[in-house]
Design a protein around this ligand. Sequence first.
Ligand code: SAH
Length: 217
Amino acid sequence: MSDSRDIAERQMRFLFALRSKGVTDQQVLAAMEKIDRGLFVRGLFAERAYEDMPLPIACGQTISQPSVVGLMTQALAVSPRDKVLEVGTGSGYQAAILSQLARRVYTVDRHRRLVQEASALFASLDINNIIAMTSDGSFGLPDQAPFDRIIVTAAAEDPPGPLLAQLKIGGIMVVPVGRSDTVQSLIKVTRDENGFDYDELRPVRFVPLLEGLGKDT
Ligand code: SAH
């Protein structure tokens, strides 16, 4: 059992690792300090939850590396009035961070089981501004569009057209793009009156964005 001093030290190391990888936005750091990643990792890997590495979750998926969550959240520049769409709920960790910064977060995953487990966690944390749904996120959520911010946490070959169409003018989308299974490029898309601007941020590694709903395991 860890006592409160161990927890404080673990927390300090977690935040230090984030800062040293370039997560400097105070609000992002505060959100990541508040949301305990340990709750989103189960079983065998739970004790590694505070290390800066991706870890396996149910349905053969992964919870992203904390520094990547931090850098993507930072790049998204979320403000308190924003309506955000996340494609790839996974463990729910990224959505929980976003819920601290945005007005409302819609998050979708193709695996029903992941959506159910994440929803239960949101409820237990008393987070009430996340709406989690099972669907193929490559089509976005036309009924809720447009969005101020869109974050895709699975790798696409190109930024999906329906997601670009559902981004507000003035909006930002962050998406890992690439054909390779091993390394992709994190792209920040900004939309203005004249169209879309693409900025390449850094190499990342994500599971692929797949079509249709998943067979739950
Ligand atoms: N953001 C998550 C990590 C996501 S891992 C977290 O914080 O834990 C990527 C997720 O994208 C997986 O759960 C996978 O099921 C989901 N995914 C892949 N293709 C998808 C699609 N077309 N629509 C919705 N979700 C998808």
